[in-house]
Write a protein that binds this ligand. Structure first.
Ligand code: AN7
Length: 354
């Protein structure tokens, strides 16, 4: 156990739907750092106080672990023997790990060829049964929803309310660290569970008297996969941010509600803007997140460009997953990799010392 952190269930027990005797299935998720981004505000011309909530530092490298610890704990408590989920990669990685931890069988259904390699490695390594469908995430989700209704397998996608309950703890942590709420909270939107859950967390903290002012929630979709912004299902979603290549989000209404109730919005940005933010985080701040995660910062940059911030405002962006999950996209970044003969001379020439 970490000295200071028992995982989200034991840390936030009073806010979660667990019984006094519930024993968490935990990998000590949560308690992720809220890292000040010191250089980026200046670079984008915004006089804001900017933080990144580094959810890639969860046990399986994404925010999904917060919801998964609770969903798997509850599934086990109810006597489940097997879990099932559809995924663009992170949910399946998390389900595979927590399922293994609980000694449950795990089935994951994913769109063939559309999962980042690191995420696939996780599902394989934890010995889940990986079923690739020749179709989209949205079709995979429909299949697992149907099966879980008629067969004894527990669904651990975010349509399972336990997932959102666990995921909301990210908002608690942000408030606990800041001692107040941020003015804005930006996050990427795919299936829309995270924005729904984060907003739920802020509202509950306010009701509990632990937060005075609610933040404005800004969700960012990729332009090629922006059903909520367009107002209709996208039949063939496309984006480099494979985690959010989703055409018919399960928590659509939750996202719309979070945006409207908080006086925020859901916006769509191009892959190019998302990749610019992805590279800026790595180069300027030393933070390596996956492409989808950078949609949140891309949103901040867009807001700065449009003059939507006031001086001194506190802005948080969730970086949902770790960059190592998607080495292909990382390596497609223009970079210098120079091959030389062995020995000091050739290296010195590259350094410009000879
Ligand atoms: C890195 O793993 O949907 O809007 O199946 O992996 O709550 O769906 C992943 C989504 C953002 C979007 N960033 O969050 C899945 C899956 C990363 C993600 C999202 C996902 P939601």
């Amino acid at each position: 156990m970490r000295l200071d952190w028992p995982g989200i269930i034991d840390h936030y027990r009073e806010f979660l739907p667990v019984l006094p005797h519930t024993r968490p299935v935990t990998l000590y998720e949560g308690g992720t750092p809220l890292v000040p981004l010191d250089r980026i505000p200046g670079l984008i011309g915004a006089k804001i106080v900017l933080y990144a909530k580094i959810e890639g530092q969860n046990p399986t490298g994404s925010f999904k672990d917060r919801g998964m610890t609770l969903a798997v704990t509850k599934a086990q408590e109810r006597g489940a023997k097997a879990l099932i989920c559809a995924s663009t990669g992170n949910t399946s990685a998390s389900a595979a790990a927590y399922g293994a931890r609980a000694g449950l069988k795990v089935y994951v259904v994913v769109p063939e060829g559309k999962i980042a390699r690191g995420k696939m490695a996780q599902a394989v390594m934890h010995q889940s049964v990986v079923i690739q469908i020749k179709g989209l995430f949205d079709e995979a989700l429909q299949v697992v929803r149907d099966i879980s209704e008629t067969h004894p397998v527990a669904l651990v996608n975010s349509v399972n309310p336990d997932r959102l309950e666990g995921q909301k703890t990210v908002a608690f942590e942000i408030c606990d660290v800041l001692g107040q709420g941020p003015h804005f909270h930006f996050l990427p939107v795919g299936n829309a569970g995270n924005i729904t859950a984060s907003w739920m967390g802020y509202r509950e903290y306010k009701m509990a008297g632990k937060l005075r002012d609610l933040p404005r929630m800004v969700g960012v979709q990729a332009e090629g996969a922006a059903p909520i912004v367009r107002g209709h299902v996208i039949e063939k979603p496309e984006t480099v941010a494979s985690a959010i290549r989703i055409g018919n989000p399960a928590s659509w209404q939750g996202a719309v509600k979070a945006a409207s109730e908080s006086k925020g919005e859901i916006i769509a940005l191009s892959d190019e803007k998302i990749l610019d933010a992805y590279r800026m985080l790595a180069k300027e701040e030393g933070i390596f997140c996956e492409p989808a995660s950078a949609a949140s910062l891309a949103g901040v940059i867009e807001y700065a460009r449009n003059g939507h911030f006031s001086s001194g405002e506190i802005v948080v962006c969730t970086l949902t997953g770790h960059g190592l999950k998607d080495p292909e996209t990382a390596l497609s970044t223009p970079h210098s990799q120079i091959s030389v003969p062995p020995g000091k001379e050739a290296v010195l020439r590259v350094l410009g010392f000879s």
